[in-house]
Ligand binder design. Sequence first.
Ligand code: NAP
Length: 276
Amino acid sequence: MKIVGLFGHPVSHSLSPMMHNLAFEKMALPYRYFAFDINPDQVKQAVDSIRVLGIRGVNVTIPYKETVIPFLDAVDRSATMIGAVNTIVNDGGKLTGYNTDGQGYVMSLEEELNVNVQDLDIVILGAGGAARGIIFSLLEKNARNIALYNRNKERAEKLVAEFDKEQASKIMVIHDLEQLHKYHLIINTTPSGMYPNVNETPIDIAYVSPSHLVSDIVYNPLMTKFLKQAQTKGATIHHGLGMFIYQGAIAFELWTGQKPPVQEMYKAVQTHLIKQ
Ligand code: NAP
């Protein structure tokens, strides 16, 4: 039996154990996924325990995505650029950090909306960690044009400056939402609308038109107020559950070398969220 799991604090609410264990069971793979609640002053010991106990790998969640990095043996290109690790793989004692969040988001978007990001002009709302990962992955997939809107404009400018010159030339900070009609896809990467602030929206719905694709990475609730309003306006919508499922699916493949049953994972997590 091989062990994988989650390091975070808190972790009791996490849907990752249910999702991964379901996939292991369906594929009859000899793995079990456990959630480990790690004390803030024991992050190094927790990472060392991966080697000591022969754990195959872990996901890393809030608040340790950055703090685990110094204790790893290697960090891949995306996690280095994003400055955060959400997946660790243990290859015979060598620990490598990856970040599958942005890639998971782009996979979910392209699969679920049947689009190619190369064909889209995109507006990102928010300039935090999630935005950084998503922008990196969009650029890796040759997105042609990205506009970044954040209520704190300086933070958006700082984020653009973190990318190399060629990448940064494709990102424009905007502060005038009147321009939104020029873009095909609007992605909310802010926590606005997330439980318990379910009555918040990141921007005024007046800026959204029926031709927009509107994507929200929040998945608690699945249908945020922003998505509900966008749907009422006739826009095509995409919620944040797929990002969660695909970031997990990529981690699963890094640990096992096999592709998990994404549709079954999606259905199980969605049913769980709807029941909540
Ligand atoms: P973060 O680093 O704290 O950044 C949050 C960003 O949102 C900042 O740019 C902040 O703007 C902006 N913001 C916060 N509250 C806002 C509000 N009420 N109205 C407008 N803008 C607001 O957070 P993060 O790590 O990027 O995570 C953001 C969200 O993504 C969270 O809700 C998280 O749950 C979700 N997420 C989902 C998945 C998934 O699998 N679906 C994965 C990762 C994250 P200022 O700079 O002005 O403060």
